[in-house]
Design a protein around this ligand. Structure first.
Ligand code: B16
Ligand code: MG
Length: 219
């Protein structure tokens, strides 16, 4: 198959676990609104945009709100979330990620971010990872959420490669579908029972490097 020229990474769940901070902020908001929001409920928000996340949360609480009120409380949640991510340090980067990004750079493989998060640039900055990325496509640059392939197609375009030359790393089923819909190979990071549509699924980057990536070229 085609040589791999670029790797596109999702952020939350692949490079860092920001889901725990999203969860605390959404849970506090639910409490303000008078209901419980569990960690299990929070699973439904992974990879989903901020406003869609709020809609799911309100669905859980059985609450309907006018559009402007939704925007107002989404901002309250985001302000709290941002206060947490501003305190993040590079220790929170998931194991093996920096070594793998280094290997890619050395091999001349381009690197892009494809995340639903509008806060992605702040997070990369706090983690000291911005310099690795040749392109950053985040929630501010896309209009269609995953499983629409827009975020990854824009990443490939900005890097100057065709989808068949790219590999996507994703922890959410919608993200795997987005990669497939965009005509890209994809590697699931996490649970194989959820990410079964990916070309391969890995538990994380501890035992994954350039050599294992190159295996995909044989498929
Ligand atoms: P923000 P990813 C996603 O990041 C998160 O998984 C999801 O839970 C969050 O709602 C979304 O970003 C939007 O985040 O409120 O910061 O714009 O997995 O696409 O990197
Ligand atoms: Mg994710």
């Amino acid at each position: 198959m085609t040589e791999i020229k670029a790797c596109l990474f999702d952020l939350d769940g692949v490079i860092v676990d920001t889901a725990k901070y999203h969860y605390i902020a959404w849970r506090d908001l639910a409490h303000e609104l008078g209901f419980e929001f569990t960690e299990k409920d929070n699973e439904r928000l992974k990879g989903v945009s901020r406003i869609r996340s709020l809609e799911i949360l309100l669905e859980v609480g059985g609450i309907t709100l006018p559009e402007e009120k939704k925007l107002e409380i989404a901002k309250i949640k985001n302000d709290q979330y941002v206060s947490y991510i501003l305190k993040m340090t590079p220790d929170e980067i998931l194991p093996g990620v920096v070594r793998f990004l280094d290997e890619l750079r050395t091999a001349g493989i381009k690197i892009a971010l494809g995340s639903a998060s509008k806060n992605a640039p702040i997070i990369l900055d706090r983690l000291g990872l911005s310099h690795f990325f040749d392109a950053i496509i985040d929630g501010n640059k896309v209009t269609h959420a995953k499983p629409d392939p827009e975020v990854f197609l824009k990443g490939a375009e900005e890097l100057g490669f065709s989808p068949s030359e790219c590999v996507v790393f994703e922890d959410a089923e919608a993200g795997i579908e987005a990669a497939i819909n965009g005509g890209m190979r994809c590697i699931g990071v996490g649970d194989p029972t959820i990410l079964g549509k990916a070309n391969i699924v890995i538990p994380g980057f501890e035992n994954f490097g350039l050599k294992e990536l190159k295996e995909l070229e044989k498929n």
